[in-house]
Design a protein around this ligand. Structure first.
Ligand SMILES: *Cc1c(COP(=O)(O)O)cnc(C)c1O
Length: 459
């Protein structure tokens, strides 16, 4: 019998609607608070940072939101992305499980982040925005937004976490090639950056600090610049739903349905992207699927963090949201999955984990790179270290199925390729990677470091 490996859709199958989980969520949305007043935010506060059309998406309860033709036209550059059956990995594991992955690394910038970058640039453009500010860790989000801003003729200012800016400059060159201005964060361009540098002139930076700088740069621009975030927010998760909508059709082509859906989590967007459409099928149509979010042991937001109201950034300028958090002052260890080192989590993801609809596991970077190598040597694709967390999760499921002697259908999202992460692979190949657990003292002190919110809902 012929084994089919790739399940491909045509351009006509690019989804026409984004799916909004809030329409079907069994738990209500939690409030978003102004970081100064700690009262629920007004559209006014948000409109300093985002255009009104994205604010509407942020609070929308509509199940489906139409994808503009201009956005679908650009999606055609890489969408629909392939669904691939990992026959060779299955064979190497000698497992009865069927392993499928959705491959988002085929986008021009190399990850799923282009899905929301193009949408955000489009909605800003039609709202009259002239320039955007943003932050980036390892540079995946920065490069996706740089490309999207160029397509829509918007200027872009990127605050890049200093340690990445210095040690992993290649994505910076990519952003600059797309026409963005890139600054190492903390920088002297903002009050937030200067305050950090005054305490520690050699600060390696963090995503939380870079967010503060990008938010400040937009907030003080008198409406000239808006801010774009690559994960966490509801409208970002919404845009990523194209991944899962396509995957549903492709699993159907394969004549199978996933018993388990797996993704890595930094802020939660690629996981939500693949999982929420399948979660809709579970909630509305009784499909029986488990959901597993995989995070690093070094940044264990969902598995060890506290579900509480916290600031989205270090300098306490971004809104306060209810999420799993390690504390907004979290400075991550220098692990190699730069995109998974955020202190918080998308509120929608946290809600689903808290409601027991999504399970979370934490995996050490040694185990992650072992999985990444096995994947590269069987399937040929060199995964992003972030995405390799999902691969490890899928391998663990496949081995469990083998131990139980059961056929299990596993679907995971391969959020990006690792062609810019070769120094990480070099470190692994040379035996220089270390296991890192986030320290217990830092977990124990999260409570003390949370903001005091005086709503009926308290921390
Ligand atoms: C940014 C990034 C992630 C983590 O972000 P999420 O919002 O959790 O998806 C994962 N994989 C890749 C390749 C990334 O670039």
């Amino acid at each position: 019998m012929q084994k089919q490996t790739k399940f491909l859709l045509s351009e006509n199958d690019i989804p026409r609607y984004y799916y909004n989980i809030m329409a079907d969520s069994p738990v209500p949305a939690t409030p978003v608070l102004n970081p100064m007043t700690k009262e629920p935010v007004t559209p006014d506060f948000l409109s300093a940072l985002f255009p009104m059309n994205l604010i509407e998406q942020e609070i929308s309860m509509d199940r489906y939101i139409e994808i503009p033709d201009e956005v679908r036209e650009i999606y055609k550059l890489w969408r629909p992305t392939p669904l691939i059956r990992a026959h060779r990995l299955e064979k190497a594991l000698d497992t009865p499980a069927h392993i499928y992955f959705k491959y988002e690394g085929v986008s021009p910038s190399g990850s799923h982040k282009s899905n929301t970058a193009v949408a955000q640039a489009y909605y800003n453009k039609i709202a009259g925005t002239k320039a955007l500010t943003t932050e980036t860790g390892a540079g995946q989000w920065g490069s996706a937004l740089s490309m999207a801003c160029k397509f829509f003729d918007l200027d872009l200012e990127v605050y890049m976490v200093r340690v990445s800016y210095e040690q992993k400059p290649y994505r910076r060159y990519l952003m600059e090639t797309y026409g963005a201005q890139v600054y190492p964060s903390p920088s002297t361009r903002t009050q937030a950056g200067k305050a950090i540098l005054a305490q520690d002139a050699d600060s390696p930076g963090s995503l939380g600090i870079a967010i503060s700088e990008a938010v400040e740069a937009a907030a003080i621009s008198n409406g000239l610049k808006k801010y774009g975030l690559g994960s966490v927010l509801n409208h970002v998760l919404l845009h990523q739903s194209v991944i899962g909508e396509e995957a549903i059709k492709q699993m159907d082509m394969a004549d199978e349905y996933p018993d388990v859906v797996i993704g890595c989590v930094g802020g939660g967007s690629n996981f939500a992207g693949i999982a929420f459409p399948f979660l809709r099928e579970k909630l509305l149509n009784d499909r029986d699927t488990r959901f597993i979010a995989v995070e690093p042991t070094a940044s264990p937001t969902l598995t060890r963090g506290k579900y509480a109201f916290d600031y989205g950034d270090t300098a306490q300028m971004a809104p306060i949201v209810k999420m799993h958090t390690l504390g907004h002052d979290f400075i991550p260890a220098k692990i190699h999955a730069g995109g998974l080192r955020y202190h918080g989590m998308a509120p929608q993801m946290s809600m689903m984990v808290d409601a027991g609809l999504v399970n979370a596991v934490a995996i050490s970077q040694m185990d992650v790179f072992e999985a990444a190598s096995l994947f590269a040597t069987t399937e040929g694709i060199l995964p992003a270290p972030e995405s390799a967390h999902a691969i490890r999760g899928a391998i663990n499921e496949a081995m469990d199925a083998k131990a139980l002697g059961e056929k299990r259908v596993i679907l995971f999202n391969l959020s990006g390729h690792g062609h810019f992460d070769l120094t990480s692979y070099q470190a692994y190949n040379e035996g220089k990677l270390e296991h890192y657990d986030y320290p217990e003292e830092a977990i124990a002190s999260i409570d003390e470091r949370l903001p005091n919110v005086s709503l009926g809902v308290t921390n």
